[in-house]
Write a protein that binds this ligand. Structure first.
Ligand SMILES: [Zn+2]
Ligand SMILES: [Zn+2]
Length: 171
């Protein structure tokens, strides 16, 4: 009888543990740290998104030391900008999308935008998961010669350079 109660006790604790722990591990997106490039053109004019107002508040590092502290905002962690660099997105959560980026920096991409990823026209940018080193170019308003501007898209080497500088950036 005692054995049964102990077995039942163990069984119940396992269930409780599973109920508490599983959702946390399943629902919480994995922390990652990837980078991709992007440009926004409005009426054929490259938009400058390097202003401080677009930046994630916490700098990656100060004097080479990672900045610790403030609790993490999960939505912000999905995609944001750092270090007054307006053309490389930092993604710290698995599944971060371009929609997360533009939501977080409060920059609206109009519905009629024409978007290219690595030179190929794509649809539904905002639902698209950000993948490492992808280079996205967004044209809004009037645009006349996409191919010409696509030649100036953010290059992988440049993204890697930014990445090196932000290696210590964990947030
Ligand atoms: Zn980064
Ligand atoms: Zn970051």
């Amino acid at each position: 009888m005692k054995k049964r109660i102990i077995a039942l006790g163990i069984f119940l604790s396992l269930i409780v543990a599973a109920v508490i722990i599983l959702p946390q591990t399943l629902l919480k997106p994995e922390p990652i740290h990837i980078h991709a490039g992007f440009q926004v053109y409005a009426d054929d004019k490259l938009q400058d998104l390097s202003d401080f107002k677009y930046m994630h508040e916490m700098p990656c590092s100060i004097d080479g030391k990672p900045v610790e502290g403030a609790p993490k905002d999960e939505q912000q962690e999905r995609a944001h900008l750092h270090d007054q660099t307006g053309d490389v997105v930092h993604v710290h959560r698995q599944g971060g999308t371009w929609g997360d980026l533009f939501k977080n920096i409060k920059y609206e991409i109009s519905d009629d935008a024409v978007v290219y990823a690595n030179g190929q026209k794509i649809d539904n940018l905002l639902d698209r998961e950000i993948v490492p080193y992808e280079s996205v170019v967004i044209f809004t308003g009037k645009h006349t010669d996409d191919q010409k501007y696509l030649k100036n898209a953010v290059k992988k080497e440049y993204i890697q350079e930014i990445e090196k500088k932000s290696e210590t950036c964990g947030s």
